[in-house]
Design a protein around this ligand. Structure first.
Ligand code: GDP
Ligand code: IMO
Ligand code: MG
Length: 428
């Protein structure tokens, strides 16, 4: 058996959905373990586009068991909408869905708090949140005030706990003009969703480990990207969960010794949605070219993504943090037509050259670039590395060298078929 962990290695939207769908073609179980519906993972299969915010991107592969593990924060309405969509489309995988009883619930006050924070009405820095209530939900979890999915089925547990949580937030919410719902109102609004998902809910630790013990091939699907990690990202312009490969261990309940491969999904340029430093950001025609050609608009919020050159300083650090063993390079086709490509190989900060990400001042660094020639040939039909122009081959080899891991695959378009897979990670 093999367990492969897939993580985003920039600021999200690297193409995780597409790559998980590709690798899930051989896997037997796909597990999501952190974040929530701030994620937007896009799959394109034969011209049909599907975006998942919560359901694992392996769900379109028949026979694959999909798991939402306990590290997630779950908005039940969004989850039920995704289940409805899959049921209506007759996707068989939906019968193999399992949801952890320990995942925390996103509640109405979390969404209210997110909104107030983005308006700077609560002393927090606006970060360009997706406003899905993710941060406040994790805050209640860490503050030991959270409500878990399994609590929905235990009235004597959920009611007093929810009342206490709402009382905790009441002064701050009411002072800012919000109407705090009663625990009964919240519980009865959740009831239809709780009924709908009940058949999927269980202890996912035993479920996942039964699969491990049966020798199944697993795929662990990360959301967001390492530079959005609460500990390792560009704090405070980050999300509220750990997004690095190690987060799979806590979010699922699996020892690090069980993970065989860590695949870092790397866009061959860089994008970011929301606020925060971005050294290689382009505010020019090249950046607009990437946005237009790469359709760089958020899958969750529709916001235009900020675009820029590949940042190998960040990439190298991310390889260390994740223990990356393989790279999945995405969106190489988007760069077709650019005469020259730049790769950031170091920064200049206050007159000094630096080769790592500083604690402070990332918004002030000047990137030091290496320039490489581009290509103009259409590469979207490439089936092997040899089908790529020499300049494209040189570019990806240089990215891999600077990033510090070998290439597993190169993605040259949004569809499943637009993929050059160099190696099969699963032995079966
Ligand atoms: P995720 O959050 O990492 O799953 O990425 P998103 O789905 O938010 O954004 C990636 C976007 O790029 C989606 O619209 C994908 O369909 C698209 N995409 C993925 N790989 C490629 C590729 O190699 N080329 C092109 N042109 N688009 C791609
Ligand atoms: P996927 O999985 C890109 C960003 C938001 C914001 C910051 C905090 O599709 O790659 P939050 O709603 O988590 O409080 O927002 O994090 N962000 C993402 N950016 N892709 C994502 O997910 C993201 N999830 C959160 O834009 O800057
Ligand atoms: Mg996305």
């Amino acid at each position: 058996m093999t367990t492969v962990s897939v993580i985003g290695s920039q600021w999200g939207d690297e193409g995780k959905g597409k790559i998980v769908d590709i690798l899930a073609g051989k896997a037997e179980m796909v597990v999501r373990y952190q974040g929530g519906n701030n994620a937007g993972h896009t799959l394109v299969v034969g011209n049909k586009k599907t975006i998942f915010h919560l359901i694992p991107s392996g769900i379109l592969r028949p026979g694959v068991q999909c798991v939402l593990a306990q590290g997630l924060v779950v908005d039940l309405k969004v989850l039920c909408e995704e289940i409805d969509m899959l049921e209506e489309a007759g996707v068989p995988g939906i019968n193999n869905l399992t949801i952890s009883e320990k995942a925390h619930l996103i509640l109405p006050h979390h969404i209210m708090l997110d909104k107030l924070r983005e308006q700077s009405k609560s002393g927090s820095v606006p970060v360009g949140s997706t406003l899905r209530g993710i941060g406040p939900c994790y805050e209640d979890k860490i503050g030991r005030r959270g409500i878990r999915i399994g609590d929905l089925y235990q009235v004597d547990v959920i009611k007093p706990n929810l009342e206490a949580t709402l009382e905790y937030w009441r002064p701050m919410l009411e002072a800012r003009g919000e109407v705090v719902p009663t625990a009964d109102e919240v519980i009865s609004a959740l009831q239809p969703y709780a009924d709908k998902i009940k058949k999927y809910v269980r202890d996912t630790v035993s479920y996942v480990h039964e699969a491990v013990e049966a020798g199944k091939d697993l795929l662990l699907e990360g959301a967001q990207g390492v530079m959005l990690d609460i500990d390792h990202g560009t704090y405070p312009f980050v999300t509220s969960s750990n997004t690095i490969s190690g987060a799979a261990c806590t979010g699922i309940g699996m020892g690090p010794t069980r993970v065989d491969e860590v695949v870092a999904i790397v866009k061959t340029y860089t994008t970011r949605v929301g606020a925060g430093p971005f050294p290689t950001e382009l505010d020019d025609a090249d950046g607009q070219y990437m946005r237009d050609k790469g359709a760089e608009y958020g899958s969750t919020t529709g916001r235009p993504r900020r675009c820029g050159w590949y940042d190998a300083v960040i990439a190298k650090r991310v390889t260390r943090i994740n223990g990356t063993t393989r790279l999945a390079l995405t969106k190489l086709d988007v760069l077709t037509g650019l005469k020259e490509l730049k790769i950031c190989v170091a920064y200049e900060l206050d007159g000094k050259e630096i080769n790592d990400v500083p604690l402070h001042g990332l918004e002030r660094v000047k990137p030091i670039y290496k320039t490489m020639p581009g290509w103009s040939e259409d590469i979207s039909g490439a089936q092997s590395i040899d089908d790529l122009p020499q300049t494209a081959k040189d570019y990806i080899q240089e990215l891999a060298r600077l990033t510090g891991a070998p290439i597993l695959l190169v993605s040259v378009g949004p569809d499943r078929d637009h993929t050059i897979l160099l190696e099969d990670l699963y032995s079966k």
